[in-house]
Design a binder for this molecule. Structure first.
Ligand SMILES: [Zn+2]
Length: 54
């Protein structure tokens, strides 16, 4: 599986499933700023573990 998404999401548009699929990119890689600017539907940043997300 690729570690970098073919179409990286923009800041505010990253979803928890994106982070689960590409953690090397959205947590430790170039996509982190975009992920930090994004929240899940519960209001948690997608870079943090949300207790409500599956
Ligand atoms: Zn959540």
């Amino acid at each position: 599986m690729a570690t970098v998404p073919a179409r990286p999401k923009k800041p505010g548009k990253v979803t928890p499933s994106d982070v689960r699929r590409y953690p090397a990119y959205y947590i430790t890689g170039d996509g982190r700023p975009a992920a930090e600017a994004s929240s899940c539907e519960h209001g948690c940043r997608v870079t943090d573990s949300c207790p409500c997300c599956p």
